[in-house]
Unconditional design. Structure first.
Length: 377
């Protein structure tokens, strides 16, 4: 039987872009699970790196459950709060620490004492908050806003990101010392298209989940539907697969899902890319140096012509072009540009490409119990 990871109360969860199930059928996934469980038994602070929808929080919960810690699992989405709010939420505050702070309140670090604190989208933290987080990790204690007395901590920290932190460090958006402190143990969670052995078992799992809700019985996948599922690249990963199966169950006939029920886009993209590589007449792609030279020449040309607001115009052109190229998919655009979704949404609003921000994922979610150890360093 395949190992299955799900949230404790999956039925009560609202729709989100998170993966709500992980299976370890593919050989690469089985190796990953073994690595995760070895890490769980250690005291190491852990960094989980992977695309949106690959199941990073499920991995974090499994690390907590396998660690033997007695305290709660607390999940926090760093990208869902303003900088001023997340400061108080992470570290807590005393009464009168700021306008509206009428009473003292513990932060998420204190809430997770004895257990595990999961910080998702760690790449969205400001540099000022990164400094504070680094100090907490080093000193294993937290000081509430407006207080002087430190509070000792017994928390294991697990962080996650879909941002390339090496690029963020090079761009001075992320501290290298914090990166090395977080990445004592690093888990690289591959996208769904790189672990194809998990696709059909996950599809069957979601068929079972939604068949009960829709009062369907013995729903199967046709052979062409299986081929379609395995051929698709899954840019939205497991969460997209769940949506596709849910919709297919609504529209399928005779309790069998056909390929046309799946509502997939770009299904032949990988196949066409492969043929393009094999085509003898296809010209070789320009090198990185050549592209850099072309870009430099364009910048020099615009400087010579005394173009106004040069930086803003280039920035808007990059964001618009990437957004259109990714078919207005924010997750893919952020990945292509090497920035977080929150930063991307700020630019999209600034240039009038969207009207409002997407709803944040998680606040703080206290969860399953385990056994206590020390904050990692």
């Amino acid at each position: 039987m395949d190992n299955l990871l799900t949230f404790p109360d999956q039925s009560g969860m609202t729709l989100s872009i998170r993966a709500k199930a992980l299976l370890f059928h593919d050989p690469r996934s089985s190796e990953l699970l073994q690595q995760v469980e070895r890490i769980a038994r250690s005291d190491a602070t852990t960094l989980i790196v992977g695309e949106t929808g690959t199941g990073k929080e499920l991995i974090a919960r499994h690390i907590h459950n396998q660690s033997g810690r007695r305290g709660p699992f607390v999940a926090v989405n760093c990208g869902a709060f303003s900088e001023t709010l997340i400061d108080a939420e992470l570290f807590g505050h005393e009464a009168g620490a700021f306008t509206g702070a009428t009473q003292a309140r513990s932060g998420w670090f204190e809430a997770a004492n004895g257990g595990t604190l999961f910080l998702d989208e760690i790449g969205d933290l400001s540099l000022a908050l990164q400094v504070k987080l680094l100090r907490v990790l080093q000193e294993r204690q937290v000081v509430r806003l407006g207080a002087r007395q430190p509070i000792p901590l017994n928390v294991r920290l697990v962080a996650a990101t879909n941002v390339d932190l090496h690029k963020a460090i090079a761009a001075d958006r992320f501290r290298s010392d914090l990166y090395y402190r977080l990445g004592v143990a690093t888990v690289h969670l591959p996208p769904l298209c790189e672990r194809t052995g998990d696709i059909l078992p996950l599809a069957r799992h979601f068929i079972d989940v939604y068949s009960g809700k829709l009062k369907l019985e013995d729903v199967t996948l046709s052979s062409d539907a299986k081929v379609a599922l395995l051929s698709y690249e899954w840019p939205g990963n497991i969460r997209e697969l769940e949506n596709v199966i849910h919709f297919a169950l609504i529209v399928c006939r005779d309790n069998q899902i056909q390929a046309e029920d799946l509502k997939l886009t770009g299904i032949s993209h990988r196949h066409h890319t492969h043929l393009a590589r094999q085509a003898p007449s296809a010209p070789p792609p320009p090198s990185a140096d050549s592209l850099q030279q072309q870009l430099s020449a364009l910048v020099n040309s615009m400087i010579d012509s005394d173009q106004p607001d040069l930086f803003d115009r280039f920035e808007e052109a990059v964001v618009r072009t990437a957004f259109d190229s990714c078919h207005r998919n924010q997750v893919q655009t952020a990945r292509v540009l090497g920035i977080s979704r929150n930063i991307l949404r700020t630019h999209l609003k600034r240039f009038g490409l969207i009207g409002f921000d997407a709803v944040g994922e998680l606040g703080a979610v206290p969860g399953s119990a385990g056994h206590g150890e020390l904050l990692q360093h």
